[in-house]
Ligand binder design. Structure first.
Ligand code: CA
Length: 81
């Protein structure tokens, strides 16, 4: 992370900080492609349902930064695809 202008080259631990205090470390934001200085720049998932039969998943991501989404057809430890 030290190659990014915002980080302190003499502080090897600033990647573990949460500079914008949004609950996500600078390292995770860098890897996710979000701005570690912007509280609005978060990856996210919201789940809504109006009728308990149909569920709508809405993903918030960074344009141009690919994400991998795993899922499974039933509850349990196995079967992730
Ligand atoms: Ca953060």
């Amino acid at each position: 992370m030290e190659f990014i202008e915002l980080w302190n080259a003499s502080d090897p631990f600033d990647a573990d900080l949460d500079s914008d205090r949004d609950g996500v470390t600078n390292r995770a934001e860098y890897l996710g492609g979000t701005d570690p200085m912007d509280t609005q720049g978060l990856l996210g998932l919201s789940i809504t349902s109006e009728n308990l039969i149909e569920i709508v998943l809405t993903f918030r991501a960074v344009a141009g930064n690919p994400c991998l989404i795993w899922y499974r057809d039933a509850f349990g430890p196995n079967g992730w695809r």
